[in-house]
Design a protein around this ligand. Structure first.
Ligand SMILES: [Zn+2]
Length: 213
């Protein structure tokens, strides 16, 4: 599988205010959410009062709290509170194979894969676990892979102000896998390259080499 640079994300990034808009709506109560799940169960042709399904609306609502826990996280604050100032390290830092679990915003069906992150620090570095946590905060939302990729890169750029940053995500979309046989084993690869990762051929090549198998 090669890198399809056509999918590189250059523009059309959602602003943080677009994300914040969802916070202005009244949040339905837990019982309203459970009633909605019950309706979907009936719509699917099932009897929601059947023994095996009795606790399902409550379980689904709990599961949603986990799947979409990212809406409670503030990615900028997460990195901003934890980076360290150091002039001692200016080599490329790469974190490979960060586990990624998200849900597509078109079908609310899992996107499963991994993320790779690299950056060239300019005085600010952050612990590896924080980068993994950053991925999680954006992934645990309703997403499209291109947006997820650029949100991670943009946040690192904004907070750590590195000389460059690169994010590559390779993932399988269950909504595609469940519908088309020919797509069952396909992976979607997206990348977002900023600063020297975009402008400098050697930096870009080094990063892409490091994240390739
Ligand atoms: Zn989908």
């Amino acid at each position: 599988m090669g890198f399809n640079m056509d999918t590189a994300v250059a523009g059309n990034r959602p602003t943080s205010s677009a994300l914040a808009n969802s916070g202005k709506r009244r949040r339905p109560s837990q019982s309203e959410a459970e009633a909605a799940v019950r309706t979907l169960i009936e719509w699917a042709g099932e009897d929601p009062d059947r023994e095996g399904l009795k606790g399902t609306p409550e379980r689904v609502v709990r599961a949603y709290e986990e799947f979409f826990a990212g809406y409670n996280g503030d990615p900028v604050a997460l990195l901003g509170a934890t980076f360290e100032e150091t002039a001692a390290y200016d080599e490329m830092i790469v974190l490979r194979d960060i586990r990624l679990e998200s849900d597509c915003e078109h079908h609310i069906v899992p996107i499963l894969g991994k993320a790779h992150i690299g950056y060239l620090p300019s005085g600010r570095v952050v612990g590896i676990s924080k980068l993994a946590r950053l991925v999680e905060v954006f992934a645990k939302r309703m997403q499209i892979q291109e947006t997820l990729t650029s949100q991670i890169a943009d946040t690192i750029q904004e907070v750590l102000k590195p000389r460059g940053v690169g994010v590559v995500i390779e993932a399988s979309h269950l909504c595609m896998m469940m519908r088309g046989v020919e797509k069952q084993n396909s992976k979607t690869v997206t990348s977002c390259l900023l600063g020297l990762f975009r402008k400098d051929e050697r930096t870009r090549a080094e990063f892409l080499q490091l994240v390739r198998d």
